[in-house]
Design a protein. Structure first.
Length: 268
């Protein structure tokens, strides 16, 4: 996997308390993008992703041939870096824009418009180092399969929002990175009961990782609201989200991602 370090973040200041359904999220009128010096990607998540909840040395679990094949396919996806020189990657990014803002034409693959979605600058490719191409695939899956929840989070339409909000797209990349670490997907075999349990889910549903991503994003936003968090508490919110996800995966009688209690948060 590539280096996931980083040293900056972008916070979004809420100027209008809420956007009406169907309105366009413009940084020039409804939000201000503000750069800060604290870590947002990579090192900023180290306290979230390196929590040894099951202790070290960690156990290693044997896999069935089907589970091993599913894990290898997922790891192949994880190993793909976003490359703006690859036409398919550019088209996927443009597709995300169309799903996010169908009423607004994108003027270029490099454009200040991307800040409206919560990217740190006018070129989203610089933000993918935290999650790779799979983080874009995760966002696309979310937008296509749960469009209402996707739009609610993108436009911050639910709840009493903070003055300083987390940037949607960059938060999405962080969630992908957190899940990879939580599930131990960079190892040859799972090294936690949570990771082993997830592989059982993956063996019966090839989209289990993408589905878990959607749940994690919605759950993160719920935690954000319940903690009345602002952008400086983002890592605290991510820790809380990870703990809740681990707890739900381990619930007895859970046989798939759709059985997780937080799955009910998603709206199509």
């Amino acid at each position: 996997m590539e280096d996931r370090g980083g040293g900056s973040f972008v916070a979004v200041r809420r100027v209008a308390p809420r956007l009406e359904q169907g309105s366009v999220y413009h940084s020039s009128s409804s939000a201000e993008v503000v750069a800060g010096s604290a870590a947002w990607l990579g090192r900023g998540l180290s306290c979230v992703c390196a929590q040894g909840t099951h202790g070290d040395p960690r156990p290693s679990f044997d896999l069935t041939p089907a589970q091993e094949e599913c894990m290898q396919r997922l790891q192949c996806r994880i190993d793909v870096a976003y490359d703006s020189s690859i036409p398919q990657h550019q088209e996927a990014l443009k597709g995300l824009w169309k799903l996010a803002f169908p009423e607004e034409e994108l003027h270029g693959i490099v454009s200040d418009q991307w800040k409206e979605m919560g990217w740190q600058g006018k070129d989203p490719s610089t933000d993918f180092r935290g999650g790779g191409f799979i983080s874009l695939e995760n966002l696309l899956y979310f937008a296509k399969n749960f469009p209402k929840s996707f739009q609610d989070l993108l436009r911050k339409q639910v709840g009493d929002r903070s003055v300083w909000e987390y940037p949607f797209a960059v938060a999405g990349v962080n969630i992908t990175f957190m899940l990879i670490q939580m599930l131990g997907l960079e190892a040859v075999k799972p090294r936690s009961i949570v990771g082993e349990t997830f592989l059982r889910f993956l063996s019966v549903n090839e989209s289990a990782f993408d589905l878990l991503y959607c749940i994690a994003f919605k759950l993160m936003d719920q935690q954000w609201l319940s903690l009345r968090a602002s952008y400086m508490e983002f890592n605290t919110v991510m820790k809380s989200t990870r703990r809740q996800l681990e707890s739900e995966i381990m619930v007895e009688d859970i046989t798939g991602i759709e059985d997780m209690p937080s799955y009910s948060l998603l709206s199509q």
